[in-house]
Design a protein around this ligand. Structure first.
Ligand SMILES: CC(C)(COP(=O)(O)OP(=O)(O)OC[C@H]1O[C@@H](n2cnc3c(N)ncnc32)[C@H](O)[C@@H]1OP(=O)(O)O)[C@@H](O)C(=O)NCCC(=O)NCCS
Length: 170
C-alpha cells in the first residue's frame, strides 16, 4: 500500500515554555535535560501529526547548547519533519530563547530527532513520505538524507562494539 506524501507544513509544531525555578540549576540557567525533554515532546507531536501513528524516539543526534537560557525567559520550540523513509522520519527541532524584558532573542540549540512509527504490536510500520515544497524544505530534505546515512553507519558500529563487550566492564 503506498501512502500519500505530505508537506512539512502539515505537521509543523510550535511550542512555548516559560523557564520556572524547577527547570534551573544553581546558576539560574536551564538544565540541558529539561530542554532535551521539550525537544523530544515537540518532535513526537510533529512525527505523530505526520504519521498519524504512535511513535518512539530512536535517536537524537549530538546537541550543542550555544547560549544559556535564564530563569523567567521564554523558550520557543519549533519542529518540522525534514525527511521520512519507510518507518522512520527525521524531525528538525530549533530552540529559540527570548528575554521577555529586553526582546533579546537567541538561537540556543538545534536537534535532529529520529522517530519510528509503531503498529498495534509495537513493530515499526510504514509512514507517508515527505513532500518538500519550498527551497528551504528541499535543502532540509537533502541534508536529512545525508545525516540518515551517517547515523545508520554509527548505529551499526555501536551495535558491533556492544556485541563484543561483556555486560559489566571490570
Ligand atoms: C527504535 C526501534 C523501534 C527500532 O526497532 P528495530 O527493531 O531496530 O527496527 P528496524 O531495524 O526495523 O528499524 C526501524 C526503523 O528505525 C530506524 N532506526 C533504528 N534505529 C535507529 C537509530 N538508532 N537511529 C535512527 N534510526 C533508527 C531504521 O532505520 C528504520 O527506519 P526505516 O524503516 O525508515 O528505514 C527500537 O530500537 C526501539 O523500540 N527502541 C527503543 C525506543 C524507545 O523506547 N525510545 C524512548 C526512549 S528510551
Amino acid at each position: 500500500m503506498s501512502l500519500e506524501g505530505k508537506s512539512p507544513k502539515e505537521s509543523h509544531v510550535e511550542m512555548t515554555e516559560l523557564v520556572l525555578p524547577q527547570h534551573t540549576n544553581a546558576l539560574g540557567t536551564i538544565f540541558g535535560g529539561v530542554v532535551l525533554s521539550w525537544v523530544d515532546i515537540a518532535a513526537a507531536i510533529c512525527a505523530q501529526r505526520h504519521t498519524k501513528k504512535t511513535v518512539v524516539t530512536a535517536s537524537i543526534d549530538a546537541m550543542h547548547f550555544l547560549a544559556p537560557i535564564r530563569l523567567g525567559w521564554i523558550v520557543n520550540i519549533k519542529a518540522s519533519v525534514n525527511y521520512a523513509s519507510n518507518t522512520s522520519c527525521e524531525v528538525g527541532v530549533k530552540i529559540l530563547a527570548e528575554n521577555p524584558l529586553t526582546n533579546e532573542y537567541h538561537h540556543t540549540a538545534s536537534a535532529y530527532v529520529t522517530m519510528v512509527a509503531l503498529d498495534g504490536n509495537g513493530r515499526p510500520t510504514p509512514i507517508p513520505p515527505v513532500q518538500p515544497k519550498t527551497d528551504d524544505e528541499n535543502k532540509r530534505y537533502d541534508a536529512a538524507l545525508r545525516r540518515r546515512t551517517a547515523r545508520l553507519a554509527l548505529k551499526k558500529d555501536l551495535k558491533k562494539r556492544s556485541a563484543r563487550k561483556p555486560l559489566l566492564d571490570p
